[in-house]
Ligand binder design. Structure first.
Ligand code: ADP
Ligand code: ASP
Ligand code: MG
Length: 411
């Protein structure tokens, strides 16, 4: 009898019909002999709504109160889900994160899990009930309600699956698995039946919203088998594995991210300590710098460009302004209209020519590359934001990602 943690995202529980369908699915799983623990997100776009409400009444938005507000979305969803299960003759109990044993630090709006003590969840399962846990929440060492941040319900599910010793953690969403690229953007995108943790991590770090990156990191470090699948078709989805997948592909996926801006600090002196001073200042301002490029220096001066999340641009500008003069800089330019397009694949380690094909594809489409960065299994290029969709579609086609890996011709 398998023990399965099933997490349902916002769209999967968006309204009464969806909640009833999920409840029917749970009944089917139990008939098959599985023991099921549910984790639910807030219904539909409720988290966004709650944040909008807070924006409308408050400028200060204290973290403690924000967490109390936002976690209410998940509480509502888990109570409704338990009621739908009760109607089907399944004894279900809703639990807040605190009741489910999630102890966190005190970093409101972005709390980290310190410990999971799922005693009450274990007792419920042993008693034949279905526990339904509110996602993305816990209780802090100060006894306050905490929220894990956006997308935190995936992390709740993974941590709970580990703490319970579950056989697997199923993340249900509105697409039938992890695709070779966003299926809303490229209709020919193909669902992968398996993907390695390393590749999925690179994908989630470069714009794939599903599953949340933090949950993939946690699942990898705890060794929790993940299954990303559809709450609409209920068909098997994508298994995330430690090993390289069976259907070894050179390239697995194309991702894109428009959430960052590019900043260029121009005319800085080319001497030891300049980059150190600049990025130490940015770190001190709590700015997450991503890609960094330094130009060849001419007459002892150079330009340094880097990308930062849009919502950190103001912070980053203020920090750079404070030091730029001492670095000899003649100015700072912020460019918000960029996108990062990335190619991910474990096979690129051993196959030369992947970067060349990527750059040729952009050249053929008239797309200019502004920055390039690589890891062992990823190549990212910064391009104009309005060319991002073209770039994704062209790369998907050039690497024949719409075909099964064994049917792709070598490039
Ligand atoms: P949930 O609300 O279920 O937690 P999200 O809405 O955050 O999930 O993420 C699901 C969405 O991610 C899908 O609707 C899909 O359009 C998008 N997406 C982008 N890239 C991919 C990809 N490579 N594979 C699957 N889905 C993707
Ligand atoms: N509902 C929250 C969000 O949308 C948390 C989650 O579901 O993961 O970010
Ligand atoms: Mg969604």
């Amino acid at each position: 009898m398998a023990l399965v943690v099933q997490k349902f995202g916002g769209t999967s529980v968006a309204g009464p019909d969806r909640i009833r369908e999920v409840a029917d699915h749970v009944v089917r799983c139990r008939k098959r002999g599985d023991r099921v623990v549910l984790v639910v997100s807030a219904m539909g776009k409720e988290t966004d709504e709650l944040i909008r409400l807070a924006d409308a009444v408050s400028e200060t938005k204290p973290g403690r109160e924000m967490d109390m507000l936002i976690t209410g979305g998940e509480r509502k969803a888990c109570a409704l889900m338990s009621m739908a299960l009760a109607d089907r003759g399944v004894e279900a109990h809703s639990f807040t994160g605190s009741q489910a044993g999630f102890l966190t630090d005190t970093a409101h709006r972005n709390a980290k899990i310190l410990e999971v003590k799922p005693q009450r969840i274990k007792e419920a399962v042993d008693a034949g009930r279905v526990p339904v846990v509110g996602g993305s929440q816990g209780v802090s060492t100060d006894h306050d309600v905490t929220f894990f941040g956006r997308g935190g319900s995936d992390t709740t599910a993974v941590a709970l699956a580990h703490a319970l010793g579950a056989d697997s953690c199923e993340l249900y969403t509105d697409v039938p698995g992890v695709f070779t690229t966003d299926p809303r953007l490229v209709p020919e995108a193909r669902r992968m039946s398996t993907i390695s943790f390393d590749e999925l991590l690179e994908m989630t770090a470069t714009g794939c919203p599903k599953p949340a990156m933090r949950s993939v990191e946690l699942a990898r470090s705890l060794g929790v088998p993940l299954h990303v699948r559809s709450a609409f078709t209920w068909a098997p989805g994508t298994w995330v594995t430690q090993e390289d997948p069976m259907e070894a592909a050179i390239i697995s996926a194309v991702t894109h991210d428009t959430s960052e801006a590019k900043m260029t600090v121009s005319g800085v002196s080319d001497r030891p300590g300049v980059a150190a001073a600049l990025f130490r200042t940015l770190a001190g301002a709590d700015v997450n710098v991503d890609m960094i490029v330094q130009n060849v220096s001419e007459a002892g001066v150079t330009d340094i460009s880097f990308t930062v999340p849009h919502d950190q641009v103001d912070r980053a500008s203020a920090a750079v302004d404070a030091v730029s003069e001492s670095l000899g800089s003649v100015g700072v330019i912020t460019d918000s209209d960029i996108a990062r397009v990335s190619l991910v694949g474990a096979g690129m380690k051993t196959n030369p020519g992947v970067a060349a094909t990527m750059f040729e594809t952009f050249a053929d489409s008239g797309i200019n590359i502004e920055m390039i960065s690589t890891s062992a299994i990823r190549i990212s290029c910064v391009v104009r934001e309005d060319q991002a969709e073209n770039a994704v579609t062209a790369l998907h086609r050039a690497f024949q990602l719409e075909k099964a890996p064994e049917d792709r011709e070598l490039i």
